[in-house]
Design a protein around this ligand. Sequence first.
Ligand SMILES: C[S@@+](CC[C@H](N)C(=O)[O-])C[C@H]1O[C@@H](n2cnc3c(N)ncnc32)[C@H](O)[C@@H]1O
Length: 327
Amino acid sequence: METPNAWLEIAVEVEPEVVETVSEILARYGYNGGVVVEQGWVAGDEGPEFQYDPNRPVWLRTYLPLDAQVEETRQRIEHALWHVSQIRPLGPIQTRTLAEEDWANAWKQFYPVLRIGARTVIVPSWLEYQPQPDDIVLLLDPGMAFGTGLHPTTKLCLQLLERLVQPGQQVLDLGTGSGILAIAAAKLGAGAVLALDNDPIAVRVAQENVARNQVGDRVTVAEGSLGAGQAMGHWLSGDFGPATPDPALSATTPQATFDLIAANLIAKVLVLLAPDLAAALKPGGYLVSSGIIDIKEADVVAAFAGAGLRQVERYVEGEWVALVHTR
Ligand SMILES: C[S@@+](CC[C@H](N)C(=O)[O-])C[C@H]1O[C@@H](n2cnc3c(N)ncnc32)[C@H](O)[C@@H]1O
C-alpha cells in the first residue's frame, strides 16, 4: 500500500492507569494499529536506558491518513474516548496535520529501552541494544494488546517470573495480551509455555511477538481460556459468563498440568477462575496472580483459599497487588 503523504495526528494526555485502555482505542483506528506512548521517562545512567516515572501523565498519539474518511474516524475516536472519560479524566483531544517526514520521526523518538526487575529489558525492535551477560531481552513494539511492560501489574509479574521460572517448566500464561509474560518465561528457561487469551486481537499480536522473539518452539499461543473462563466475553465488556459456571467447561480444565501459572487478569475473573486455576496447577507449583486492585484483594484471597491454594507471597505497587500461591 502506498504511504499517505499527509497525516492527522490525534493526541491526548491521560493518567498512567488508563494508558493501556486508551492505547487500545487509538490502535483500533490509527494507521497500522500504531500508537505512540510519550511517557514520563527519566534518563538512566547509561546509553539509551531509561526509567519510567509512573507518576507523570502520559501523552498518547496516533496518526490517520488525511483522506476522505479522516473526519469520520476522528469522530469515532472522540466517541470512544468520551466513554473512558466517564471513568477517569482525560485531557482534551488535540489534533494537528503533519507532513510525511515529521510523521516518520514522531514514531520512534518515544520508545527507549525499558529495564524491569533485575534482568528483563524491553527493547523496541528498531533500536540497537547491546545486552549485558544476564539480560533477558524482550523485543516488543507497542501494538494494540495490553502488555508493553508499562503497567504496574505486568511489571510485578515480570519481577516474579524472574525469580520463579525454573528450567524445563510447563507454564501457563492466562490472559497473555501482547505475549510479554509467555515470552519472558520462555527466555527465562521454561520448557513449554501455553499462552491463552480470549481476545483475538491479543492472540494475533502475541503470535507476532513470539515469532519476533524466536521462542515459537517453546510458546504456543491460542485463542481461548481456562475452564469457566471459556464462557466469558472481552475482559473490558463486563461479560463474565453465567453466575454458576457450566460444569462441562470446568471438566475441560487440564488437571495438575502446570508448574507455574501467570494470570494477570482482573480480580473478578481471578475469583471466578479460582477452582480452574487450582486444578490446573501441579502440587508444589506456583500461581502468580496480578491485576488485583487493592480493594478487591480480600475477594481473591478468599476465593484462592477456598480452592485449596496457599498464599506464599504478596507484592504491591501503588493500588495494584500481585500474589503468589502454591498448592
Ligand atoms: C491485564 S491484561 C494482561 C496482559 C499480559 N499478560 C500482561 O501481563 O501485561 C489481561 C489480558 O487477559 C485477557 N483476558 C481477560 N479475561 C480473560 C479470560 N476470561 N480468558 C482469557 N483471557 C482473558 C485480556 O484479553 C487481556 O489481554
